[in-house]
Design a protein around this ligand. Structure first.
Ligand SMILES: Cc1cc2nc3c(=O)[nH]c(=O)nc-3n(C[C@H](O)[C@H](O)[C@H](O)COP(=O)(O)O)c2cc1C
Length: 462
């Protein structure tokens, strides 16, 4: 655990104007940023200035929950977004080192289409593409693709595994040295080094080969997220990065140990998978300034937005008296969230949910807030880790997780963009570098180079 040469990996989740729902109303935040390439270019270039491994675009192809009139969706900026693969393709031309990770939904896409796009952007970016493999959590997204609701989970996961098989087989369908391009002989490629994949699964079929040379990274690094045993097992077997939502060191450490333990069963080196929990950071030169930043955004958060964040915890927060003291939350024995998960995006389950409940109940006991006051606090009490403090205090927390078996790095979730990222790059990055915990220049030019994960040999050549 204490290898002095081991350094943190860093990503930034940048699909929204900030991970705090009040972000878009903050001074200095461009409320139309989500539709503007120049906003994302600035964020990407700032991440690159901070030597980040990757920028990560979460995605679900839907404006969510508009049919539910109780939810104040009109307050939320994240109902609109640019299509992430298109956006990253544009950003590839405006950056040189930072990795470009797009969420890809295996349930609603054809694997051949996705393999083409991933391989293309990997060529365009000279080896910086990554994909976050998901199978969907959002019924509105399913409806946009012709389903009446979210397809069965087992079916999504089975189909998803076949999807990964096909995408990865297609990446290998042209061997690395298949191209001859000899003007004298007129031979462009070696026919023996191009392979049909002839994949026929239960749900998906593809003959191949891909119509694109093997991408610079060989295989596109795969990111995953999730808490179920099936997700952790698939990640242990095949993923390169695991993005987790862990609000405490203990939860992150247990998760880390379990997944790294599972890797042994697949004969994989634990270093081959980077576990990177999300972290929302409010940082300033002094602790009181950092606290003011959190207090300012808390005060701007509409109460209605906070109430929708309470849905996993109370049966009907919208029917409760806003001016009455907030009651303590009681979960059932199975630690199940209340009602459908309107806002959680599949991140609230089991121990993570119980830990959030413990944190919220502690605030209820200590501060005795009204329901309206608690609603405004909700975005900083959920399933993500929130750190507020000076650069040294933030670095202390990150160092503790990193050196004690809870993280290989972090996915920064700035509360608002771009200032939340700029603050981190200007204040925390130099502190981490000073401690030797973070790079002072990029190790290489591809996402694999920087993550420190090997480029896999082509299966045919092997
Ligand atoms: C940190 C994190 C980020 C996620 N990002 C996305 C996303 O962008 N799009 C998506 O459809 N699902 C996303 N998910 C949902 C997961 O892909 C998965 O469906 C969910 O966590 C349930 O998985 P489980 O059954 O293994 O717990 C995310 C989950 C987590 C924890």
């Amino acid at each position: 655990m204490t290898n002095p040469k081991r350094q943190m990996k860093m990503g930034v989740s940048m699909h929204v104007m900030g991970y705090h729902p009040g972000s878009w109303t903050m001074p200095g935040v461009n409320p139309n940023g989500l539709m503007e390439l120049k906003h994302f270019a600035h964020v990407a270039q700032t991440a690159e200035r901070g030597l980040f491994d990757m920028m990560f675009l979460a995605d679900h192809a839907a404006s969510r929950n508009l049919a539910n009139l109780k939810l104040a969706r009109e307050n939320h900026h994240n109902n609109v977004k640019l299509e992430p693969l298109m956006l990253l393709s544009a950003l590839a031309t405006m950056t040189s080192h930072v990795g470009l990770v797009s969420t890809v939904n295996a349930t609603y896409n054809a694997p051949y289409t996705i393999a083409r796009i991933l391989a293309s952007v990997d060529h365009i970016s000279k080896g910086r593409m990554g994909w976050n493999f998901v199978t969907g959590f959002c019924p509105d997204e399913a409806r946009n693709y012709g389903y009446d609701g979210l397809p069965d989970q087992v079916l999504r996961k089975e189909r998803g595994q076949e999807f990964v098989d096909i995408v990865q087989a297609l990446m290998d369908s042209w061997e690395d040295d298949a191209m001859i391009r000899d003007k004298e002989t007129g031979i462009f490629f070696d026919r023996d080094k191009v392979h049909f994949i002839n994949y026929a699964g239960e749900h998906l079929k593809s003959r191949g080969p891909l119509d694109i040379c093997r991408p610079p990274q060989g295989q596109i690094p795969m990111v995953m997220a999730g808490d179920s045993l099936s997700t952790k097992t698939l990640a242990a077997k095949r993923a390169d990065v695991l993005y987790s939502a862990k609000s405490t060191f203990e939860l992150a450490r247990d998760y880390y140990a379990e997944v790294k333990g599972l890797m042994a069963g697949f004969g994989r080196d634990p270093e081959a998978l980077k576990i990177m929990p999300g972290m929302m950071v409010f940082v300033a030169k002094t602790e009181s300034e950092a606290r003011e930043k959190l207090e300012r955004i808390t005060a701007t958060t509409p109460v209605q937005v906070g109430l929708s964040e309470m849905l996993p915890y109370y049966d009907d927060p919208f029917g409760m008296d806003l001016n009455a003291p907030a009651p303590e939350i009681v979960l059932d024995a199975a630690q199940s969230p209340k009602g459908p998960l309107h806002n959680s995006g599949g991140t609230h389950s089991g121990a993570a949910l119980q830990s959030a409940v413990d944190r919220i109940n502690a605030v209820i006991r200590d501060r005795k807030p009204t329901l309206a006051e608690l609603a405004r606090l909700m975005p900083s009490l959920g399933v993500w880790k929130v750190v507020v403090g000076t650069p040294a205090q933030v670095a202390d927390e990150m160092e503790h997780w990193f050196l004690n078996g809870a993280a290989d790095g972090f996915n920064l979730q700035p509360p608002y963009m771009p200032a939340g990222l700029e603050d981190f790059v200007d204040l925390v990055v130099p502190e981490l570098q000073r401690r030797g915990l973070y790079r002072s220049s990029y190790e290489g030019t591809t996402l694999r180079d920087n993550l420190g994960i090997k480029r896999p040999a082509d299966r045919w050549a092997a």
